[in-house]
Ligand binder design. Structure first.
Ligand SMILES: [Mg+2]
Length: 284
């Protein structure tokens, strides 16, 4: 299905219908969001990325709704996410899902400590190798190394030589993956955002909403399949069923999901069940 832009709402009508119908059926919801480019606009300096007060408040209120959990799943390290999402109550998954907290006991991938050691060494090597490339910034996460080139004009013209350079540094078992104006050195582990979301979902038996905008999110969309409500933010090829045209529309989706969950809370239990079994969710 090709998502279409709509005048009335920035959120696709079909997605709204499904979210509302699911709330009426009383289904638990796990609402998962990437951070950069989804909850926060992409910033020139990655350290400046932050959620607006409105997004923060919507996320918090959605997480407080009955049978609803929120999760931020990002390539950032947990220590960044703890600050960035403070007060929202969202569970947090860092390093593309290799570390996770806020829903039951904290969890980390069994290989994380060893991968983190490799990542530290790789970050040192990458800093040394890119020292002369003006504007390139090397960011060490826990078990991944992001090499940002948004502010490097020479790399923006042709990012491939930098990729080749990083390939030459990557030890066996590591790969260079594309991101938004960055190359990322990532360990080849068969575990990503989609796996983490499934892991989080397993204890909840919840419907999954997953909103993302980049390559690792696409891996997640493919992993989660058609059962989940996967939503791509922004342009580009996608295997997500739905699309939002920009980060501003994420607030609209949060609002719609929140309203759907609150409406059901407000309705007498019997009435919500009756409505869900006898007629379709309201059409817009
Ligand atoms: Mg992103």
């Amino acid at each position: 299905m090709t998502p279409r832009p709509r005048k009335a709402s920035a959120v696709p009508a079909g997605l709204l219908r499904e979210v509302r119908a699911s709330a009426l059926r009383g289904e638990p919801l796990l609402a998962a969001f990437d951070f950069d480019g989804v909850l926060s606009p992409i910033r020139r300096f990655p350290g400046q990325a932050r959620m607006s007060d409105r997004t923060r408040s919507l996320l918090k209120r959605l997480g407080e709704a009955k049978r609803t959990r929120t999760l931020i799943v990002s390539g950032r390290a947990l220590r960044f996410l703890r600050r960035a999402a403070a007060g929202t109550g969202a569970a947090l998954a860092g390093d593309h899902g290799l570390e996770f907290e806020g829903m039951g006991p904290p969890w980390k991938h069994p290989a994380l400590d060893e991968l983190a050691r490799h990542a530290r060494a790789l970050a040192r090597a990458a800093r040394k190798a890119t020292k002369r490339l003006k504007g390139v910034a090397v960011e060490l996460k826990t078990a991944t190394v992001s090499v940002h080139w948004r502010r490097a004009p020479s790399v923006r013209r042709d990012p491939e030589p930098l990729r080749a350079l990083l390939e030459s540094l990557a030890p066996p078992g590591w790969r260079v993956a594309p991101g938004l104006m960055l190359w990322e050195l990532r360990p080849l582990v068969a575990w990503g955002k989609g796996h983490l979301i499934e892991y989080a979902q397993a204890g909840l038996g919840a419907r999954i909403l997953f909103v993302g905008d980049d390559h690792t999110d696409e891996e997640g969309f493919r992993r989660l399949g058609r059962e989940a409500w996967c939503v791509r933010v922004g342009p580009g090829e996608t295997s997500a069923r739905w699309r939002l045209h920009g980060v501003e529309a994420v607030d609209e989706l949060l609002t719609a999901a929140l309203e759907a969950r609150l409406q059901v809370e407000a309705a007498p239990a019997g009435r919500a069940r009756e409505r869900s079994s006898t007629r379709r969710a309201p059409q817009r």
